[in-house]
Design a protein around this ligand. Structure first.
Ligand code: PLP
Length: 297
């Protein structure tokens, strides 16, 4: 598999004018062994920063506006200086252009609070070719539900826990995937301590109930998913109703189909929840993945 390609960014303030050499001059491709992050960077020592991962199809980064909205929103929630989205857009294009056009891939954008005491954010991008195993889109995944340990109304009661921000602190999400594997599953779906379906460690949850597609509403301490937004837009074109609302675990089990959605893996049908087989709607899975793959922006 090709090595990831890293680009260092001289992070500009949101209101900074474009430099004489263009934003391109602020993006530098880094050699494969060249270090660019200091040991004192708060991304490294505290996971204090935010990130985005965009899917890239045939050379086109997907759902760019939705990802940039979420990047800016995450930065605001962490009280980081607002990102200069024009600069990030140029940097993302440069990173995307480094990927082969005939393979699926991803671009990760990282914005850190920066070196401790320096009061200046640091940023970099990583362009990666995805591995070619997209069997998740057809074979699907077994999931277990796991307690997230907080109620669905976390955003109202404890906003300092940063619900809705895509922070660099993903150790808990990775530990959740290891726990799922220990329990013989491929992935996990978090459930709030008061019993509502939330999200998976790296994806959003989608259910089909008859002619209605349902996703957990996003003010319950979960990330607004960009793939879920695209899925709803497609489903509306196809004549489905769509709902963002509270979802119970019982509803997961007796849905006409459940999927995990994310930017690079796209739609993975769920075949089992907590050891109970659930309905798999292959036709809708294939249609949804084809629709997501056909996006050109
Ligand atoms: N929820 C979490 C916790 C995630 O980490 C992700 C993506 O990484 C998602 C949902 C899905 O977001 P997207 O569809 O924008 O990739």
């Amino acid at each position: 598999m090709p090595e990831p390609i890293v680009f260092a960014l001289e992070v500009a303030a949101a209101d900074a004018p474009e430099p004489a050499g263009g934003w391109e001059a602020t993006v530098r491709r880094v050699g494969p062994d060249e270090p660019i992050v200091l040991g004192t960077d708060l991304a490294a020592t505290r996971g204090d920063g935010v990130f985005e991962t965009l899917g890239v199809l045939d050379g086109y980064p997907q759902a760019v506006d939705a990802h940039f909205w979420r990047l800016a929103n995450s930065a605001e929630l962490l009280e980081l200086p607002a990102p200069n989205l024009e600069q990030w857009r140029v940097a993302m294009k440069i990173a995307g252009a480094a990927l082969p056009t005939d393979r699926q891939g991803g671009i990760k954008l990282v914005l850190s609070r920066g070196i401790e005491g320096a009061n200046r954010p640091t940023g970099w991008l990583i362009a990666t070719v995805a591995d070619d195993d997209f069997s998740n889109r057809t074979e699907g995944w077994k999931v277990v539900t796991l307690d997230r340990g907080y109620r669905h109304d976390l955003s109202e009661h404890a906003p300092w826990l940063l619900p809705g921000a895509k922070t660099l602190s993903y150790a808990v999400n990775m530990a959740t995937l290891r726990e799922a594997a220990r329990r013989g599953a491929d992935n996990a779906i978090y459930v709030s301590s008061d019993g509502y379906v939330m999200e998976a460690p790296q994806s959003s949850v989608l259910l089909r109930r008859g002619n209605t597609l349902v996703t957990p509403k996003t003010d319950i301490g979960i990330l607004p998913g960009t793939t879920q937004l695209s899925a709803f837009a497609l489903a509306q074109q196809w004549g489905f109703d769509t709902e963002d609302r509270l979802v119970t675990v019982d509803e997961l089990r007796d849905s006409d189909g459940v999927w995990l959605l994310s930017s690079v893996k796209l739609a993975s049908p769920i075949t089992e929840v907590d050891g109970h087989p659930i309905a798999v709607d292959r036709e809708f899975s294939d249609r949804l993945n084809a629709g997501l793959l056909a996006r050109r922006e």
